[in-house]
Write a protein that binds this ligand. Structure first.
Ligand SMILES: NC(=O)c1ccc[n+]([C@@H]2O[C@H](COP(=O)([O-])OP(=O)(O)OC[C@H]3O[C@@H](n4cnc5c(N)ncnc54)[C@H](O)[C@@H]3O)[C@@H](O)[C@H]2O)c1
Length: 349
């Protein structure tokens, strides 16, 4: 691709996130969405309302036949990430695929292998690592301010946030519940921030106790389909890394807690860090300091990630959310689920 060319983007899956991509790509420099594919005509009609110039296809393979598509975004439900990604890569297009990259690490590894074979970029739609708060923590760690990282606590907890749309309650299509759907966000960010160490073992427990029953309390997320609900409501995991670092993750669609929590806390030998509010904890001049930046920068995390995707393709920038990162995250998720099923620790290979 020549520098300064505008990249033509094809979106596969124009549901909630696919349409969000259409909106965000309008703000991304060097790219424009030219086509969308979806099996549901209504989803395509809504996509076209957002961007009347796009051409819509009921089958993504027809979208891939277009010559003006330089890159593809896969925004289908989790189970349907695999084949469109393989097909788009085989057609010579770089791909950004939404999180989690696959249903399991076996498929994720095959997707990475396909990208290597096609010599094309495979980026994972991990936007949290691009946020100013995550970059702030990362900079402190890279500079050595925290010293050796000992322990990381990740929380992606909703009190009552079971999606009432889509297929988020279906294990056969999504691969799991809150751990794979929202835990993945906090885990990808934390893992990136601490320098992407290699996970070696996991413990996990998953519980289903509310989602598979008629809602007993009002909530702002609406009424979900409890009859098809087969995923966990609450999942907790404990991971060990080859660096000696340990990490816990708590994730829920539904839990009896005061309020939703979205945070990462990092404890190192020389200092600590918190995602929200963004803070570095250090000892200095004989005092304990809580250092919070007055201004971190702002901007939309999706815009950061989609701009990065385009910059990787157009300017050869090294990808900060490559398929290999998605594969490691997927191994951690798989292992937490596997440990829960086995009722014991599992090793991660
Ligand atoms: N990065 C984020 O913050 C974020 C947020 C929400 C969802 N997601 C991810 O985005 C993906 C989609 O989620 P969503 O909320 O948009 O779901 P959604 O159900 O709103 O949309 C998915 C769309 O894919 C379409 N689809 C299904 N099979 C298809 C096929 N074979 N070919 C083409 N289209 C097909 C569906 O008809 C639907 O319109 C999921 O993997 C989800 O985890 C990411």
């Amino acid at each position: 691709m020549k520098k300064n060319d505008t990249i033509g983007i094809g979106i596969i899956g124009s549901g909630g996130i696919g349409r969000h991509y259409i909106n965000i790509f309008k703000k991304v420099k060097g790219a424009r969405v030219v086509a969308a594919a979806d099996v549901h005509p209504q989803a395509l009609a809504e996509a076209q309302k957002l961007e009347p110039s796009i051409t819509c296809y009921p089958h993504y393979r027809d979208l891939l036949k277009r010559k003006d598509i330089d890159a593809v975004a896969v925004c289908t439900p989790n189970k349907l990430h695999y084949q469109p990604t393989l097909d788009a890569l085989a057609s010579g297009r770089p791909v950004i695929v939404e999180k989690p990259m696959a249903m399991n690490a076996r498929d994720a590894a095959a997707m990475c292998a396909a990208a290597r074979k096609a010599k094309r970029l495979l980026m994972i739609g991990f936007q949290w690592r691009f946020t100013p708060a995550a970059q702030f923590m990362r900079k402190a760690i890279v500079r050595g301010d925290l010293g050796k990282i000992l322990y990381v606590r990740c929380q992606a907890l909703r009190r009552r946030g079971i999606p009432s749309w889509g297929v988020f309650g279906r294990k056969d299509i999504q691969g799991g519940g809150p751990m794979i759907d929202i835990g993945v966000h906090i885990l990808e960010m934390a893992h990136y921030v601490i320098g992407r160490p290699t996970p070696i073992a996991a413990d996990g427990s998953c519980y289903t106790y509310l989602g598979n029953k008629k809602p007993a309390a009002k909530c702002s997320w609406g009424v979900w389909d409890h009859k098809t609900y087969t995923v966990e409501d609450l999942a907790v995991g404990f991971l060990r890394f080859d660096t000696g670092t340990s990490l816990t993750i708590e994730s829920s669609f539904a839990a009896h807690i005061e309020k939703d929590v979205w945070n990462v806390q990092i404890m190192g030998e020389k200092g600590g860090a918190l995602l929200d509010p963004p803070t570095i904890f250090k000892d200095d001049m004989g005092y304990m300091f809580n250092n919070t930046p007055a201004f971190l920068g702002d901007g939309d995390s999706f815009q950061y990630k989609l701009q990065h995707f385009v910059d990787c393709i157009s300017d050869g920038v090294a990808c900060d959310a490559p398929g290999e990162d998605g594969l490691v995250v997927q191994k951690m998720l798989d292992s937490i689920y596997a440990s829960s099923t086995a009722g014991k620790s599992v090793s991660i290979r």
